[in-house]
Design a protein around this ligand. Sequence first.
Ligand SMILES: *Cc1c(COP(=O)(O)O)cnc(C)c1O
Length: 247
Amino acid sequence: MTPASDLSLSGVSTAHDVDAGGDGVAARLHAVRRRLRAAASRAGVDGDTVTIVAVSKTFGAEAVLAARRAGQVDFGESRVQELVAKSGEVGDGIRWHFVGRLQRNKAADAVARCELIHSVDRLHLAREVATRARRASKVQRVLLQVDVGEDPDKGGCPPAQAPELLAALDTLAGVECVGLMTIPPLDADPRPLFRRLRQLRDQQRERFPRVEHLSMGMTHDFEIAVEEGATIVRVGEAVFGPRPPTR
Ligand SMILES: *Cc1c(COP(=O)(O)O)cnc(C)c1O
C-alpha cells in the first residue's frame, strides 16, 4: 500500500512545543498521537502511516492555530460555510478535509479548499465535484462514504452500491477516489463495521488500485479503527476538548 505520506496526507511532525495559549490543545494532541501509535503497534503497523485529521468544527481559528503550532497539519470541517470562514482566517500551511454531508451547491467551495473530500456518496454529487474540479484545473481527491452501519442519518451509500459508484468515479475526469470512509451509528459496536469497510476496500482494490485509504474512527473509537486498519482517523474532541452540543 502507498503510505499516506506519499499522497501528502501525512507529514504531521511530532514536535513537542507546548506553547502558551495552546497548552491544552498541544497536550491533547500529543496524547492522541501516543494512543494512536500504541493502537497501530497492536495492529502491527507503523503509526506514522496513519493520518490524524483534527476535526475543528465549532472550534475557532485560534484552536486550529494552536494545533498547527503543535505540528498538526490536517484539519477537517463538516460545514462548508464554516470551512470557508475558518480557512480564510487561519491562512496557508493547512490541509483541509471536508468530512460532513456535502450539498451539490456547496461543492465548488469545498473543491477550492480541500485536499480530500471524505463524503462523496452519490453519483450526482460526484459529477458536480468533478465538474468544479475541472473548472479549477484540479483533480479532486475524494473518498466514497459507505453506510456500513445502515444508518441513513450518517450519509453514505449502501454497501451494495459501492462497486458501481467506484466504477462510475473511475470514469469521471476531475476526481480521483482514493479510499472509503464510514461513520458508524453511535449505538453500534464499531469494530465489525470497521472490519466490513476494510473488507470492502480489500475487494474493490483489486479492480481499483487507488482505492486504498480507510477513513474511520473518531474520538470515542479511533483506537479500534486503527486496530482494524484505518489509514485516516477523524478526531475532534480528543484534540480540541469537549464540544458544546449544537445540533
Ligand atoms: C465531528 C466529526 C468527527 C469528529 O468527532 P469527535 O467525536 O469530535 O472526534 C469525525 N467525523 C465526522 C464526519 C464528524 O462530523
